[in-house]
Design a binder for this molecule. Structure first.
Ligand code: SF4
Length: 237
């Protein structure tokens, strides 16, 4: 199996895996073309980005495996590559935990990675409510929603740490869409929203969308995180 080319490497990150210190490995290519994407170089023309030597990364991880908790595998979309499980196996052989970042478009690979005990955590983007028009609009390609639903089901049934997240995009994803997403997701324990930034988006038209002001974003965050904690049975009074 061909190991996918590595297009970027961040030796240490405290931000990519909540509560863990991880190295971050970036793979090129993606099944989506989200107009709000900030990684469009990786998505549209990964061949223009130099490959990062795997043996150098393995050397770094071997030396630092005592104080790094794991590796975050991100993209692009890592599940686009048949060789991603083989790449992840190499990290697992060092005794490291692995978190996968995914858009949920490949439930078959997701299931394989879980069944083969290759991943410990997953962060899945939920672009929109499960409604074909808006989802495909925000993914930039026609999306097979049943794949997204299957991925959500697989993750909810798994024993993994799962993080679902949605980007709030003024005029497209606001309070009512977030409500619909939360209702469709049901009782998940980790759901977060992130703020849209209009700089250097894949679709130049999205650079005209105003950034959401912080106060409005904080209000949404409060509402949806409060709801999340209530669903987990945490008393907030
Ligand atoms: S899923 Fe969308 S946002 Fe994520 S890398 Fe692919 S195009 Fe970019």
């Amino acid at each position: 199996m061909n190991i996918p080319k590595i297009k970027g490497f961040l030796p240490v990150s405290m931000l990519d895996w909540p509560g863990q210190v991880s190295s971050v490995v970036f793979l090129g290519g993606c099944s989506f073309r989200c107009p709000a994407c900030h990684n469009h170089g990786l998505v549209l023309s990964p061949e223009n980005i130099s490959d990062y030597p795997l043996d150098r990364i393995m050397g770094f991880l071997r030396e630092r495996s005592g104080w790094i908790d794991g590796v975050t595998v991100t993209g692009g979309e890592p599940t686009c590559h048949d060789g991603t499980p083989a790449l992840i196996s190499k990290f697992k052989e060092l005794g490291l935990k692995v978190k996968l970042d995914t858009n949920g478009s490949n439930p078959t690979m997701l299931k394989k990675l879980i069944n083969d005990s290759l991943i410990d955590a997953v962060s899945m983007d939920i672009k929109a409510p499960l409604e074909p028009g808006l989802y495909s609009r925000l993914a930039g390609v026609p999306v097979n929603l049943s794949n997204i639903e299957k991925s959500v089901k697989i993750l909810k049934k798994s024993h993994l740490n799962v993080f679902f997240r949605t980007t709030v995009i003024p005029g497209l994803i606001g309070e009512s869409e977030l409500d619909a997403i939360r209702t469709q997701l049901g009782d998940v324990t980790r759901y977060s929203i992130q703020r849209f930034r209009n700089s250097d988006t894949l679709d130049p038209e999205f650079r005209q969308i105003p950034d959401l002001d912080l106060a409005s974003f904080d209000a949404l965050k409060l509402k949806f995180e409060k709801r999340r904690l209530e669903e987990c049975g945490v008393c907030l009074n």
